[in-house]
Design a protein around this ligand. Sequence first.
Ligand code: NAP
Length: 258
Amino acid sequence: MASLKNKIVMITGASSGIGNACAEAFASKGANLILCARRIDRLAEIKKSLIKKYGINIFIAQLDVRKLRDVKKVIGSFPAQWKQIDILLNNAGLARGFSKVYEADITHWEEMIDTNVKGLLYVTRAILPKMVERKRGHIINIGSIAGHEVYMMGNVYCATKFAVNALTQSIRIDVLDKNIKVTSVDPGMVLTEFAKVRFSGDENSANKVYEGVTPLSPKDVAEAVIFSATRPENVNINEIILTPIIQASPAHIFRNKV
Ligand code: NAP
């Protein structure tokens, strides 16, 4: 098993849910972390708590992955000791709305495409050249089962996660001769702020998503990420798909009556 001690791991969307759980999981293995998100206050709290618990180094940066200029500027101004990133976890992402294409709010499409697809590309484009130069590194993308099968009203969110799936495969081919690993970890239903964000803070609709089920926890996903990141030098985990035991696909969910 490869060690993560003193490795530099950059996580986008580290202020909540899966990103936050991955930050803790990597910290517990002795990695040093670059944590990015828009909510810098949350990152500051996470930084304080993880340093206290694990004694690692953490650099935080406010970053909206949708803004190319900011991505270039923020990543370009990382201090020298934080420039050699070993693992990039492209996790920042969201779903907005739940409607048919002919009724959808187009601003929701823009936000999902800009964050989940273009944001992932911008960050990868900024980080990957150094990995190519060093001939080492690992890109881990958080995709979704929605990148493998569509579901009713999922249209554009599913399209963005199909795109993440395609990009993971394509980038793996791009860097085949560069000794760089490329993985996607694709979860089913996870209990995070995801549903609250999707329904713009409407708690009722968000709670319905998890009614009668025990979803994955962010920690369950973080364990899959850590597994991918700790394989021997010669092993690349291409893809991990994980769901809660009551979910067989985005559309097949067994709910206990409440
Ligand atoms: P979450 O709790 O809402 O976390 C989303 C994270 O993404 C937050 O830290 C948020 O930080 C960040 N983010 C959103 N827009 C951003 C932007 N423009 N720039 C930078 N950061 C941004 O939801 P989550 O479930 O952990 O989601 C993480 C990933 O898992 C997403 O890619 C999602 O598609 C995927 N996923 C989730 C589920 C699920 O059921 N929860 C299932 C499959 C896949 P700020 O708001 O502070 O910027």
